[in-house]
Design a protein. Structure first.
Length: 445
């Protein structure tokens, strides 16, 4: 009896171990761990903007065919409510596995995201593949958090007929050229309304992406937005002349230079005055032939053509403070990242990686033409008559760190209005903005 009892105990222990082993295998096979072999079944949810299900279908179909058992459900969200919807869903634990983030959202969303495994996306490969601005925006502490399908960059839209009528043969290349050319075009009536304006600058409510233009001007002037640890805003601080666009000696205040230049176009006492709060919204004014030049993105072209399909306009690089310095541009775009809540992190990242291959993106651009994110496609677009300006500008685009993009945007817009509407000095407006951004940054540490 003792012999049988001992063997029964052994058999029981073996049975328990076998059951545990089977349970472990089943758990890791069907939990959606995202193995590259595509084994197991999983449904991956994905939120995006601007792209329809038809435009995303080639990406999804190709991946699903290569990964039997994987189903990807894409939802096109409303851009107006997108961020609130996303934050609410993530807080409730019902958010998507893959979601879009704007290129300046990473500081706010990083703790909610799962970085790419090195086996899927290495930092070295990412930096070789994508434009430098994407690496600056979406890589933190040698971890990749998002990848873009395209990158849009500011350019200067100009009305060829209005410039030609003013005797201007080519669009302005420098800030001083922009002032000179705009004054040849602008006309104001007795009520203070500009019937014609050279360029739209200096206001906020009637100016498309006024905050982006200000970030561009600051970066062009040589502003250092923050201290090296991002704890303090330095937009109001002096920098050495070697990193400033000015040719004079000594320390310069590039933030003040940028804010002064921007608001001079809305300052009635300035020789650059050609735009004010009475002016129509900049995109509408340009489409209606009231505005000769405007800063805008590639996506603005569709709006202009819809409003005025016969408008004779061109696109040029944004003016720089002076000729001869390194070119500086500014981008506005989105990238796909992975939620920390996902049960399929590897598979999610494999899908994002598959979307950003050269073959996949070239097929995608045929359905949704746009400036590219990959360097090897950008090099091909540089000579393209439609994308050339935007493509070349992407290669020199810089980023402007923001602890919370929406709040920093509001602070910067208020800074412009402090000068333009509330008669505060440039130095006071800059100092107030820097203090608010510093407080915001400190609170996010």
């Amino acid at each position: 009896m003792d012999f049988l009892k001992k063997h029964w105990v052994v058999i029981s222990v073996v049975a328990v171990l076998l059951i545990a082993l089977i349970g472990f295998i089943v758990l890791h096979t069907f939990s959606g761990s995202g193995s590259s072999s595509g084994s197991g079944k999983a449904t991956i949810t994905m939120w995006g903007l601007f792209d329809t299900n038809e435009q995303m279908a080639p990406f999804i179909n190709t991946f699903e065919q290569a990964h039997p058992g994987i189903t990807i459900i894409y939802t096109e969200k409303n851009v107006t409510t997108y961020e609130s919807d996303l934050l609410n869903a993530l807080a409730a634990g019902t958010g998507p596995d893959i979601f879009y983030i704007h290129n300046d959202w990473l500081p706010k969303y990083m703790d909610k995201m799962q970085p790419a495994p090195a086996s899927v996306f290495s930092v070295a490969n990412y930096e070789t593949t994508f434009a430098d601005v994407a690496a600056g925006d979406f890589i933190s502490s040698q971890k990749i958090y998002a990848a873009p399908l395209g990158i849009d960059t500011l350019a200067l839209y100009y009305n060829k007929d209005m410039l030609g009528s003013a005797g201007i043969a080519t669009p302005p290349q420098t800030w001083s050229d922009l002032v000179t050319d705009s004054q040849k075009i602008s006309k104001i009536d007795s009520t203070g309304f500009f019937t014609k304006s050279g360029v739209a600058l200096g206001t906020t409510a009637n100016l498309n992406r006024a905050q982006d233009i200000m970030y561009l001007l600051m970066l062009q002037a040589g502003t250092a937005p923050y201290t090296s640890d991002y704890s303090q805003s330095t937009i109001d601080q002096a920098v050495n002349n070697s990193s400033s666009s000015s040719s004079s000696g000594g320390n310069q205040f590039p933030g003040a230079q940028a804010l002064t230049f921007d608001t001079s176009f809305s300052n009635v006492f300035s020789n650059a005055y050609d735009w004010n709060t009475k002016s129509n919204y900049s995109t509408d004014a340009f489409a209606d032939g009231q505005l000769a030049m405007m800063y805008g993105y590639y996506y603005d072209e569709a709006t202009i053509l819809q409003k005025s399909p016969n408008l004779n306009f061109g696109v040029a690089p944004v003016p720089q403070p002076t000729l001869g310095q390194n070119l500086v541009n500014y981008s506005n775009y989105w990238g796909y990242g992975v939620s920390k809540q996902t049960k399929t992190p590897n598979t999610d990242w494999e899908f994002i990686q598959s979307m950003t291959t050269k073959t996949a993106l070239e097929a995608y651009y045929k359905l949704d033409p746009q400036p590219a994110s990959r360097k090897d496609i950008i090099s091909e677009q540089v000579s393209d008559p439609t994308f050339g300006v935007f493509a070349s500008s992407t290669l020199t685009s810089k980023n402007f760190y923001k602890a919370d993009a929406a709040q920093v945007d509001t602070i910067v817009l208020n800074m412009i209005d402090d000068v333009n509407l509330r008669n505060k000095s440039v130095s006071t407006a800059l100092s107030n903005a820097a203090q608010q951004i510093t407080a915001l940054s400190s609170g996010s540490q």
